[in-house]
Ligand binder design. Structure first.
Ligand code: 76R
Length: 247
């Protein structure tokens, strides 16, 4: 038996993917559309209020392709708050013009492949990673992933030393992208269909490809990485949201 990796947990995370029903949205008149958007802006103001108090974070992204039109991303201290957010959104008039094409539930996670020390939760640099503000950089790349459990390639049967060594190599590649790519690692064992959600943020989307490609050659991704669907999106501010839905 190998020892379980120790993990630190931060805020809960909900990624809500929606398709917009453009046909029915178009069937409304300008005044009706405006009224519907005002209701969303009110909700958005509540989210902003919450974020300013340091009690969570949120962001909306325009998603490319058939998988979704938008993705809402929320971080909150409790799962209960995430349930309430989803419910409140579903009760808006705007929700009638959307369909939830997929979703992802997780919790911000740091795994302890890091040097041991005093209580990690008390360190400011750890706290900003467990309770992050979602970056407002232009682009996001979100995808879920597993670590393989198959025959001789079973991550969970490896010794702690082997896992430590591979994760060290992983983080060395990651650090080369410091300043270009920010990441939030989301643990989703027991919460969703994959073991992690990876959220990468960058001003230049080509950095996603470069980073992920480089990691594919690294042992931990090459041998053990198993990936779900990739979602690439563009950050949309509250002001820009109206623009996105204007006809
Ligand atoms: O050095 C540190 O402070 C943290 C080290 C680190 C850990 C523990 C780290 C660094 N990661 C860690 C854990 Mn990561 N990461 C991914 C992907 O596409 C792929 O091949 C994999 C998806 C990317 C792109 C990425 C980027 N990382 C993890 C875990 C949990 C593993 C576990 O617990 O078993 C996963 C699933 C995962 C996946 N990683 C970094 C990056 C980057 C850019 C860094 C450097 C971050 C920094 O220095 O700020």
């Amino acid at each position: 038996m190998s020892n379980a990796a120790e993990t630190l947990e931060g805020w809960y995370c909900f990624n809500d993917f929606r398709k917009i029903n453009w046909k029915s949205w178009r069937s409304l008149n300008e005044h009706q559309r405006q009224e519907i958007l005002e209701e969303i802006v009110e909700l958005w103001d509540e989210w902003t209020d919450n974020q300013e108090k340091g009690k969570g974070s949120h962001a909306l992204f325009q998603i490319a392709g058939h998988k979704a039109d938008i993705m809402l991303m929320f971080l909150r201290p409790t799962l209960e708050e995430l349930f309430q957010i989803e419910l409140a959104f579903n009760k808006t008039k705007f929700a009638e013009y959307t369909e939830q094409s997929t979703s992802y539930l997780s919790v911000v996670e740091l795994s302890n492949y890091l040097p041991k020390g005093e209580d990690p939760y008390s360190k400011p640099e750890i706290r900003t990673r467990l309770f992050p503000k979602i970056p407002t950089t232009d682009y996001i790349c979100f995808y879920p992933m597993n670590k393989l459990r198959s025959g001789s390639d079973n991550w969970y049967m490896l010794s702690t030393e082997d896992r430590n060594q591979m994760m060290r190599s992983h983080s060395l590649i990651g650090r080369k992208y410091a300043g270009k790519v920010k990441q939030i690692i989301l643990g989703s064992v027991g919460f969703d269909n994959y073991e992690w959600g990876v959220a990468l943020f960058a001003e230049d989307p080509i950095q996603f490809k470069k980073l992920i490609y480089e990691m594919r050659f690294d042992e931990v991704s090459a041998r053990f990485g198993e990936f779900g669907s990739f979602f690439v999106g563009k950050y949309v501010s509250k002001q820009h949201f109206n623009h996105l839905l204007r006809l």
